[in-house]
Design a protein around this ligand. Structure first.
Ligand SMILES: Nc1ncnc2c1ncn2[C@@H]1O[C@H](COP(=O)(O)OP(=O)(O)OP(=O)(O)O)[C@@H](O)[C@H]1O
Ligand SMILES: [Mg+2]
Length: 327
């Protein structure tokens, strides 16, 4: 047992989840921003997650541990919308804003499936449907708005590292990126997950399960769509796989079909602007995509992203026109 986990074990006992014996805490992979363990209980396997104050990235990057509570709230709210798209929260623990949720067995991380070349376009569409279901259910809802007053956290974890960090280093793009950051922070439309990346989506048979909602905020739903599409487009370059672009298109289409709280074209326009900026952030930002190391790949992404920031396209057009090579 890791020594720093002793307080977690005590909290699990206090919550009645485990007995007096020493549990086997098995660290799960991932874990840039949290300690994540799996353990068996009499009622079945659970995952325990505790946010870290200093993220495990190269750059100095701290974040308030209260985000653990935002994640629990998001998981509970999304479960009200559609139980199949999230793991059930089992308990909030008394230490470190940690919590326990059910462990989902035999559910690979979607990123690993994509990297292995298994790109299921229909699954991508279901990811779009899952994201939009939460947005639609929470759009223009003052209770949800009051329950997720996490602007400061969202700024620290998303807006500053992804948009402002690049703006500070690129005078040509700075006005557009700063305006985008301001626009993003000003919109209070629906409950945003904030980290819809393929590594935070589990594949449960045919259905996506969303985890890792530490950045949840009541804000602009266009962000979630842009964030996930960005990941697919980056991977289309990295893996030189055109199917990833088709997956992104299917996700956008499925999402668009359910927008009923505002004019769909306006949301797609905002998502397109954000996608351009997020693409560049993954090459130049504080949290670069770990896999995009080849100079050629960076060049392909950088050139398209810069052009998109200066002359944005709606996200559906952006995906149609995205080039994974310069050939
Ligand atoms: N409920 C669950 N059932 C099964 N596996 C899970 C569950 N929750 C998390 N995992 C596994 O643990 C990994 C890390 O979880 P999570 O993404 O929540 O942590 P994190 O520290 O925020 O990660 P990162 O910062 O790297 O995205 C996931 O990629 C997944 O493999
Ligand atoms: Mg994660």
């Amino acid at each position: 047992m890791p020594t720093d986990a002793a307080d977690i074990v005590q909290a699990l006992r206090d919550a009645g989840l485990i007995g007096a014996g020493e549990p086997l805490l098995e660290p799960l992979t991932g874990g840039v921003s949290c300690d994540v363990w799996k353990l068996d209980t009499a009622a079945g396997p659970i995952v325990v997650k505790r946010p870290l104050a200093q993220l495990r990235v190269a750059a100095e990057w701290t974040a308030p541990v209260e985000r653990g509570q935002s994640e629990v709230r998001w998981l509970r709210r999304a479960r009200e919308v559609e139980p199949s798209i999230v793991p059930k929260v089992v308990a909030e623990l008394s230490v470190g804003h940690a919590f326990a949720m059910e462990f989902l067995p035999d559910c690979p991380v979607w990123k690993d499936e994509l990297v292995a070349g298994r790109v299921d376009v229909d699954f991508a569409a279901r990811v779009g449907s899952g994201i939009v279901a939460v947005h639609k259910a929470t759009a223009n809802n003052s209770t949800d708005r009051d329950d997720f007053p996490n602007d400061e956290m969202f700024r620290a974890l998303r807006v500053d590292p992804f948009l402002i960090h690049v703006a500070e280093r690129d005078p040509e793009l700075a006005p557009a990126l700063r305006a985008l950051a301001e626009d993003l922070m000003s919109r209070k439309i629906a409950l945003v997950h904030g980290d819809v990346s393929p590594k935070n989506i589990l594949v449960s048979g045919d259905n996506p399960v969303f985890i890792d909602a530490e950045c949840a905020v009541y804000g602009d739903p266009a962000f979630d769509l842009a964030f996930c599409v960005t990941h697919l487009l980056l991977k289309s370059v990295w893996l030189d796989n055109e199917k990833l672009r088709h997956a992104a298109a299917a996700m956008v289409n499925a999402y668009r079909a359910k927008i009923d709280w505002e004019a769909p074209d306006e949301l797609l326009q905002r998502a397109g602007r954000l996608t351009g900026a997020l693409l560049l952030a993954r090459v130049e930002g504080k949290s670069p995509a770990s896999y995009l190391t080849a100079a050629d790949h960076k060049k392909i992404v950088r050139a398209q992203a810069r052009a998109l920031i200066l002359d944005p396209s709606p996200i559906d057009e952006l995906v149609t026109e995205w080039k994974r090579t310069f050939a």
